[in-house]
Design a binder for this molecule. Structure first.
Ligand code: HEC
Length: 700
């Protein structure tokens, strides 16, 4: 089966014309309504609930027996219609949720009434500085303040009661393509934040700021800079020995754009480090090398940022295998001994258990399909790569893809079942070595993978055998971290599910495309679900006020998947709602009915005037400069316009839009520094060629 077909199937299954329905599956004992007893007021103060980031709540008012009575208590319409990836916080009866463009909403957690709203006024032109939409994964709380990292690289402290800024600091050089989408973490008197941008050419780091004053306390770079300028510390000197060539010219990457965790007892702060910049190691560090601290977990002292230990999951990273995924801490019995462990299921497909005091690897097994490495050698602690792991001929299929076997959606751990619930993805990756200078010479500020992105356009996509293709999906995996085995798994149908929430009610909650679903934590039985109308990507939390337990989540289509989903109905654009949805037992609030939107009508495109060769050149330029927003092969999700559907007026003002920057304030920046007028026209000819093809197909 061709990958194209697979992609379309996945994408089309997201094109839901019919109204989502309330499923009827409930457990046999669903009738036995759990007594609504006295439930203590319970907050959700930290990103991962506890410092251990386990996302396991002791609340059990909502449980296996009564979850079928769960209904919407209230909903809140956010002010944007794009990607929402937040984990909300609930402190003192107020729900704090971050939305698109790093906006913060403070809502009465019981009623949904807006208490305050903060808009950091992120310039929309910064959309071009990130890979994966202007999303935000959450705020932090400490000492009466809410902290938010903004997409344009600021860290802002807000008064939790009023939403008024207390201090604000710039955490990046805004001349470079840095963005912030991750949630800050609190460790002692510091608020710590990383950044993203490795796709566009930056050097990653994390910074700690004093929570009272906003003063920079320390900064830890995750990859070495130019040795000629001296090293910031011994760790950088050590790391530089594992690099070759002139990596610093492209930043090197290693952005810490998501996960961090703090162990107060061991006084260690853990940082998950991202991929290389550019991805292709043979360009970044010719001749190889481990390229520390790419794809590593690094343990630092929270007071000083001093390096303590590291473990590298993917030495010589070249597939965009970040180790920025959820870092979870637990005390587990392993081989008869109580061990303080750190758990991670990074993009590369292996589930790692480390001793979190020392960084010693205790075990690692595949939690998903992974064909780049056979296993992790327990003596060396290194992956044993397969013979074709670095065969980049555009035909060889690598799994996991650059999207990972697991991406940013957080896991959760239920100590009662002993299982970690991982929102996984099985998706093929296609990496083709560059044959043209345009891909071989990365430029800061454009999407730099160092691979040939035309390999992602049909019909260039390689054949994949049917059996393998049938496995491509999103999958909820219940993983036993002690035995390192899957206990059960569910195929909810598509990738891009939300993070999971576990509760003492024996439940696992997960957003699955346009539904919030509750599963039985023991066996994965589907006990309840509710339509969310928009993609439920944000991660659910739970809290209790005045004797009632609530489940809260935030929804909105977008993010990296949003940009890449491809071929989703144009009607999606109109129905994409960003909302906060909060449920309780007996909740009877309803969402307004979904508007049935007609598909956009494609205006009749003018004929192509360029030669086939020129159209091909336009495709190459489009893939290199435009596809990460407008979709591979022009198949856009609708979050950013599908150019095949552009109006004649757009074609008439093409140069003004593409090179003149007239729509920069809407996120469409000028490409004048990368493209000549002729090249911009070649892209237009490619758009016309594809538009004509679809137009003819549609009228047949
Ligand atoms: C960082 C994301 C991003 C990249 C990269 C990008 N665009 Fe855009 N583009 C946008 C957004 C967002 C809009 C919608 C702007 C608006 O609402 O007016 C847009 C709109 C457009 C439009 C107007 C479409 C219409 O129907 O209104 C054209 C034409 C366009 N882009 C061409 C390009 C070309 C050509 C490239 C590559 C050289 C490119 N874009 C790269 C984000 C991007």
């Amino acid at each position: 089966m061709r990958l194209l077909t697979v992609l379309l199937l996945i994408a089309l299954s997201g094109c839901s014309k019919q109204e989502p329905t309330q499923p009827t599956e409930v457990t046999a004992n669903a009738q036995s309504q759990h007594a609504v007893g006295a439930v203590p007021d319970t907050e959700w103060v930290k990103h991962g609930l506890g410092d251990d980031e386990q996302r396991f709540s002791l609340l059990d008012q909502i449980n296996r027996d009564n979850v079928d009575k769960l209904g919407l208590a209230w909903s809140f319409e956010m002010y944007t219609r794009r990607g929402i990836e937040a984990t909300p916080l609930m402190v003192g009866g107020v729900l704090y949720v971050s939305g698109s463009w790093s906006m913060v909403y403070a809502l009465d957690a019981k009623t949904g009434a807006l208490k305050w709203f903060y808009d950091p006024q992120v310039p929309r032109s910064t959309l071009a500085k990130g890979c994966c939409d202007a999303v935000n994964r959450g705020v932090a709380y400490a000492d009466g303040k809410i902290f938010v990292g903004t997409y344009d690289g600021r860290l802002v402290a807000l008064d939790a009661a009023s939403g008024k800024p207390v201090w604000e600091t710039l955490t990046v050089d805004q001349a470079q393509p840095y963005t912030i989408t991750g949630a800050p973490r609190i460790a002692k008197n510091n608020v710590i934040i990383g950044n993203g941008g490795a796709e566009l050419g930056v050097r990653g780091y994390v910074s700690a700021y004093d929570i009272d004053s906003g003063e920079l306390v320390w900064r830890f770079y995750t990859v070495p800079g130019n040795p000629a300028e001296g090293f910031e510390n011994k760790a950088m000197e050590m790391a530089a020995k594992t690099w070759n060539g002139q990596w610093w010219k492209w930043g090197g990457g290693g952005t810490a754009w998501d996960s961090m965790a703090y162990d107060p007892e061991l006084d260690l702060f853990y940082v998950g480090v991202g991929n290389g910049s550019p991805w292709n190691q043979s360009l970044r560090s010719p001749g190889g090398g481990d390229n520390l601290f790419l794809s590593s977990i690094v343990a630092l002292r929270p007071d000083t940022g001093e390096y303590v230990w590291h473990y590298q999951t993917t030495p010589g990273e070249t597939w965009d295998y970040t180790a920025t995924q959820h870092i979870m801490l637990a005390d587990l019995d392993i081989d008869g001994k109580k061990r303080k462990v750190l758990m991670q299921a990074p993009k590369n497909g292996f589930f790692y258990i480390l001793d979190r005091a020392t960084g010693e690897l205790l075990s690692a097994e595949k939690f998903t399909v992974a064909n780049w490495a056979s296993h992790i050698d327990m003596t060396t602690g290194r992956p044993v790569e397969t013979a074709t792991a670095r065969t980049f001929d555009g035909v060889n299929v690598i799994i996991p893809s650059n999207g990972g076997g697991h991406n940013w959606p957080p896991m959760s751990y239920n100590p009662a079942t002993g299982l970690v619930y991982i929102p996984t993805m099985i998706f093929p990756g296609n990496f083709k070595a560059p044959s043209r200078d345009i891909d071989r010479l990365p430029k800061q500020g454009t999407y730099n993978t160092g691979f040939d992105r035309t390999a992602l356009v049909p019909p260039n996509i390689p054949d994949i055998d049917e059996e393998l293709a049938s496995q491509f999906t999103g999958k909820l995996v219940a993983w036993n971290p002690v035995t390192q085995k899957e206990e059960w798994s569910l195929v909810p149908g598509r990738p891009a599910n939300s993070g999971t929430l576990s509760t003492a009610g024996g439940l696992v909650f997960e957003g699955v495309f346009e539904e919030l679903v509750a599963y039985d934590a023991t066996d994965g039985a589907r006990l309840w679900s509710a339509p969310t109308q928009s993609m439920a990507m944000g991660s659910p939390i739970t809290y209790a006020i005045d004797g009632e337990q609530y489940i809260a989540t935030a929804v909105g289509f977008g993010g990296g998947i949003g940009a890449e989903a491809g071929a989703i109905s144009h009607a999606w654009e109109a129905k994409n709602r960003s909302r906060v949805l909060v449920y309780k037992l007996g909740g009877s609030h309803t969402l307004p009915p979904l508007q049935e939107e007609a598909d956009k009508v494609m205006p009749k495109p003018t004929p192509v005037t360029a030669s086939a060769e020129q159209v091909q050149e336009g495709m190459v330029l489009f893939q290199r400069h435009c596809s990460f927003c407008h979709g591979d092969g022009l198949r856009s999700s609708g979050l950013v316009p599908d150019l095949r559907w552009s109006q004649p007026a757009v074609h008439e003002t093409w140069q003004d839009i593409v090179r003149g920057g007239v729509r920069a304030n809407a996120g469409m920046v000028s490409f004048a520094q990368y493209l000549s007028e002729e090249q911009a026209e070649l892209i237009r000819q490619y758009v016309l060629s594809e538009a004509n093809r679809v137009f003819v197909q549609q009228s047949q």
